[in-house]
Design a protein around this ligand. Sequence first.
Ligand code: DON
Length: 604
Amino acid sequence: MRYISKLFLNSLNISKKAMMLNRVLLTLVLICSYIGALTAQKQAKTYARKPVVERYNNMVVTAHPEATKIGVKVLADGGNAVDAAVAVHFALAVCYPTAGNIGGGGFALYRNKNGTFDVLDYREIAPGNASKNMFLDSAGNIIKDLSLKGALAAGVPGSVNGMWELHKKYGSTNWNKLIQPAIDLARKGFPITTMQAREFRNHEADFSKYSHRKNYLIKSVVKDGYLDIIKLLWPGDTLRIPDLAHTLEAIRDKGRDGFYTGWVADSIVAQMNRSGGIITHQDLANYKTEWRAPLKGTYRGYTVTTMPPPSAGGIALLQILKMLEPFDLAARGFNKAITVNLMAEAEKLAYADRSKYIGDPQYISIPTDTLLDEAYLRQRFFTLQCCRANPAETIKPGTFSWPESEETTHFSITDQYGNAIAITTTINSPYGSHLFVSGCGFILNNEMDDFSTKPGALNSYNLPGSKANSIAPGKRMVSSMTPTMVEKDGKLYLVAGTPGGSTIITSVLQTIINVIDHKMDMQSAVDAPRFHHQWLPDVLYYEKGAFTKKQLYMLKALGYKTQEREPIGRMDAIMLKDNKFIGGADYRGDDNADGVNDGTKFDE
Ligand code: DON
């Protein structure tokens, strides 16, 4: 109600006519929204595209059935969630090369059975020879695609070191036993899904341009030799990647050193020299992961534990939840204009703060406490004009006294011992830099594009560059990856995360709101259509079917520029209810890739 009364205060500043119009509109919005609320519960139940999957023992949800199968086997053999995560991570590097990787990085959120959390940051870092203006020409203009494709786009990969450290601290199964299934998968091959077949074709031109033809995946496809074989890829064709199997053997036998030193490191550096890159032996040998304290916040009595910087995801997620907490979203209804209005405005404020304050905490000071301060957030939200889209140019990052300084994949696993892990890992864009390391069978990331290449310039997710996120040797680029867990009364309730670049944060947000506010079951919460606003560009993006015609009309009347877009995110989540693990796998775009363990397909 405070928000509604704010309308009348704000109205004092505008003309009488506009005030009347505003009132009429508000009344209309309220009436429609409350009528809608009556049917909201019914609607919410219908979003699930697959039956709910429940299990008592454990749960593995990944983006690919082959990876899930491997994770399930590790758990069945007595391994814990971390063991399964390590095996799944390497398996995804084989069967999900669009994002699964050993040439990229990520974030892991771990919760042990006693409820203690740990965060592992294995984000890529800028090579030692990287520099602030490395993607600009002599006139100071951005050189097209340089931060996105080819050797200079790659940050020093963190994934292998990440899995090594994670396993060292929390694993219980022998390292080599966890890598072997990925090696077998790469050697024996696996049938590609419909989406993968389509993607390989779509990316062929870039693979040809940035990788030596003989080095990339097609060489390994079991059909008619390697030349032009991508054109022959169909769903169900078998893909084998023997070079990658060879690399994984080095990692199996020598651990992290098998990747960061020795012949694999030599191959990476040789590839850099051939392709104009700057990653050196020293960069590889010195790569270090960081254990970090997770961020914690609360929402309607639930505890939300999530990613700290250099991910911007956790701060933004907790900010948005805190701004929304005073409002009864359930009564307003799922994806009703009046609900979307509140959520989109909160999202804009959080993304505006992100644009100024988030960077690598080892390089800049981040005012995390202030950004998460309830009074700060309330004050920021209540300065907005109510019941309308506040134009992006009227929204700025928050000001307070602070010294100036400035295709991803997610999987969730819970084990039979009570531990849980959520990992989001990426090489940034689908197939990263499109640069295969010759003889090694893996692609390097293009994570350098997540840095600010130039102040104010937009990266590939349209996120504006800032001083806080400028390039410096050894620095980590800001991420949106947000593996998150939610607890109720000290008990684990939800494990969630998704790919999607800048939309990751709002997808995790909507999944949390779908289960807590709209009381959706796990699969509905994952499948329910999504929307996204990130302040700049000033556009409310939405998936097909997210809004009815009427709601869309009302959103436009509230002042939103709206745009339908391709599916947003691919959530792999687990809910715990009545001592059961309920898997929620996101089928957006790839119906063949059923990576949820439903207890029939994958059990031994
Ligand atoms: O770290 C980040 O925020 C991005 N590199 C994530 C990229 C991503 O999610 C792409 N997948 N759709």
